[in-house]
Design a protein around this ligand. Structure first.
Ligand SMILES: Cc1ncc(COP(=O)(O)O)c(C=O)c1O
Length: 346
């Protein structure tokens, strides 16, 4: 399918604009010189309301659906420093909807980072001091559980799965795939690698579906930052299939072909910064004046550098790192960020 045909299919699906497109593609001159190949950032970090991030693209379709069905309340959930929950709350407020956020944790004594922003937005935060844990979970089961709890606590609502991970949410990243495909062509970066952090896999599934439909030569690599889910590659492949079907272009995706490195760079666990990630965060900040977040993008960027070092991303080809946001979490991990034990980056 060519770019124009895909654009037409996307335009036929209701969407509320929350993102200023196209987001910039920025060259990192000092970092590229240090690594020995061109490194670019796709700036999806500042997009959308209340400090932004990748979920804004997903919410364009999800909240259009909520409005279409006449909902007034929006429910979602996530880890305590969920960027998704915070952006959902902000986007809901922007559209005059009432945000309800569920957390499987006791209410912290101090609201920091994303939780502080939620509080400023007047989001209804429901802290449930059970569940959670670190064992891999089933995505569908947890979604079902929260949906059910929300019926009891909130009443009629529009439910958004964790991370905005759904067919509609994924369309936001099909749109992004189209945007990036066009930008890469315009910049002569057709053979680039596109690397990003993977949490629930929605962004990866959307980009994968988009690049596949476009037969884009861009090569994708997702880096898992949480090791959270059971049968993760299978769920990503199924979601990519459902996204293509929604666009009227059925396609089979195999779990063995999912462009994902599971677990290796997730650090201690989901929601906990890794020493390698923190070191990378400082390195990029000092060389380019760009901030990553400690939970998603810093771990993924560190993983990307390791993959380059191991020779897994070809030889000298350009790399586009998709910066997906998450910056409020920087202010929830102040101690780790300032910990001198992290050392000076090279
Ligand atoms: C900053 C940031 N980057 C990346 C991701 C991963 O996106 P996805 O859940 O679509 O895999 C998330 C959310 O989970 C996020 O908040």
């Amino acid at each position: 399918m060519d770019a124009e045909a895909l654009a037409r299919r996307l335009e036929a699906i209701p969407r509320v604009p929350l993102v200023n497109e196209p987001t910039p593609l920025e060259y990192l001159p000092r970092f590229s010189a240090a690594i020995g190949r061109p490194i670019y950032l796709k700036r999806d970090d500042p997009i959308g309301p209340a400090m932004g991030g990748n979920k804004a693209r997903k919410l364009e379709y999800l909240l259009a659906d909520a409005l279409r069905w006449g909902h007034h309340r929006v429910v979602t959930y996530g880890g305590l420093q969920s960027n998704h929950a915070r952006i959902t709350a902000a986007a809901a407020r922007r559209l005059g909807l009432e945000p309800h956020l569920f957390y499987f944790a006791p209410r912290p004594s101090r609201l920091t980072g994303n939780l502080l922003v939620n509080d400023l937005l007047g989001a209804h935060m429901h802290f449930l001091p059970f569940g959670g844990g670190t064992r891999p979970r089933s995505l569908a089961w947890t979604d079902f559980l929260v949906h059910l709890l929300a019926w009891v606590r909130v009443g009629r609502h529009y439910f958004i799965p964790v991370g905005g991970r759904s067919v509609l949410g994924g369309l936001g990243y099909v749109r992004a795939a189209l945007e990036l495909h066009r930008q890469a062509q315009a910049e002569g970066l057709e053979n680039a690698w596109v690397v990003m952090a993977v949490g629930t896999g929605g962004m990866l599934a959307g980009l994968w579906a988009g690049f596949t439909l476009l037969r884009s030569p861009l090569r994708l690599l997702g880096i898992d930052i949480g090791a959270l889910w059971k049968n993760f590659p299978t769920t990503v492949a199924r979601l990519a299939e459902r996204i293509c079907a929604r666009l009227g272009e059925p396609h089979r995706f195999s779990a063995t072909e999912v462009p994902l490195i599971e677990r290796t760079y997730a650090g201690p666990s989901y929601g906990v910064p890794s020493p390698e990630g923190n070191e990378t965060l400082r390195r990029l900040a000092r060389m380019e004046g760009i901030l990553l977040d400690p939970i998603y993008t810093a771990k993924a960027f560190a993983g990307m550098l390791k993959q380059i070092e191991k020779g897994q991303l070809g030889k000298g080809e350009p790399v586009i790192f998709l910066h997906s946001g998450g910056l409020p979490a920087l202010f929830a991990f102040e101690e780790q960020a300032q910990d001198s034990a992290l050392g000076e980056p090279g």
